[in-house]
Design a protein around this ligand. Sequence first.
Ligand code: ZN
Length: 237
Amino acid sequence: MSEQPTDLRQRVERVGLVLALVCTALLCWAATATAGPTVTRTVYQPGELIPIPASIPHEEGDMIDRRILPNLRWIAERYPIYVTDGYSGPLPDGSHAGCDNCHTRGSDHHNGLAVDIAPVGGGTKCDASWAAITRLALWAEPVQGEPAPPFRWVGYDGDAGHGCGHHLHLSWNHAVVPEFELAEWVEVFAVGPVVPPQTGGEKPRRKKRAAPKAPPPGPSGGISTVRSGGLAPRGGD
Ligand SMILES: [Zn+2]
């Protein structure tokens, strides 16, 4: 009889310890789930303006520097984004991409390294349709004014002309560059395999073709003739 309270206390302590461990694990998970990308890298390959592929919902004609495409695709696979503007400025063929005179001087939109985002099917009212975009904004900028790398500037709640019901601006860190030119380097986050959040399983992917062992004969040995700032010869998807 006299040992029972001690047993009970030990059991309570054990349960308490297990609960504490579970809570710690959950907190760690929550922190990594909301605190932005964990691994980033700097891309030095030459930039190129490409149309945003159809797999990423966007306003017709929107373009970006192709070096941020894998990141944008990663985001689009996890959040219901609709890109309302990407690169904004003149194109080599004399035409114009993006909205005209709508961004501030020095905007990353003028280098193809920024996107404006609204929810697919969302309106101009800050309602439930914006909840996922708010989560994305908090992931990219967990603390107001301190964007998580590789993001250079995140415009949302607390920033004039941005926010829930208006739009989310995301731009990527890049080398200093004049307006309407492509940056020497861009910082991006590492993208892993696609894991749909609902199933937890891995999306089946078509196997990539193996690279040929020897370069093909002839002069077209894979050297791109597209200059920086030029248009992609194809859709870029
Ligand atoms: Zn913007």
